[in-house]
Design a protein around this ligand. Sequence first.
Ligand code: ATP
Ligand code: MG
Length: 140
Amino acid sequence: MAIQRTFSIIKPDATKRNLTGAIAAKFEAAGLRIVASKRIQLSLAQAQTFYGVHSERPFFGELCEFMISEPIVVQVLEGEDAIAKNREVMGATNPADADEGTIRKEFALSIGENSVHGSDAPETAAEEIAFFFSGLELVG
Ligand code: ATP
Ligand code: MG
């Protein structure tokens, strides 16, 4: 597998509880390098666009309100097989189903307030990185 980049969000439940560093340490321990990082406040329109794929789901409104409830930290992670590796480190969407040692098992509060987002495929990773970062913010 080649070196890949993936997009990550440290979500409001985690930034609020001062877990940014603890979560970043999990990425680094797994061999993922944080090559871009910034703390931002999403607008409702940005949250709705970012999660547009879920617009028909019953939890869409709740998800978007949650994502704007506190600042988030958006990051680009780089490493061998980074997309799959990040999903592994994150753990299952519902913390009740997440494996021991994963971010969601250790830190998530619920299926909605689950501490992190990670891209699920190369196409979405590229789109999500471009949504939040300009070329100038991405060092080669
Ligand atoms: P993410 O896309 O955030 O990395 P994921 O790919 O594991 O997580 P998705 O199915 O894409 O999960 O859902 C996106 C997000 O929507 C979840 O991370 C969670 O915050 C929220 N979500 C998913 N299912 C539910 C649910 N049943 N109730 C409330 N919120 C949910
Ligand atoms: Mg997803």
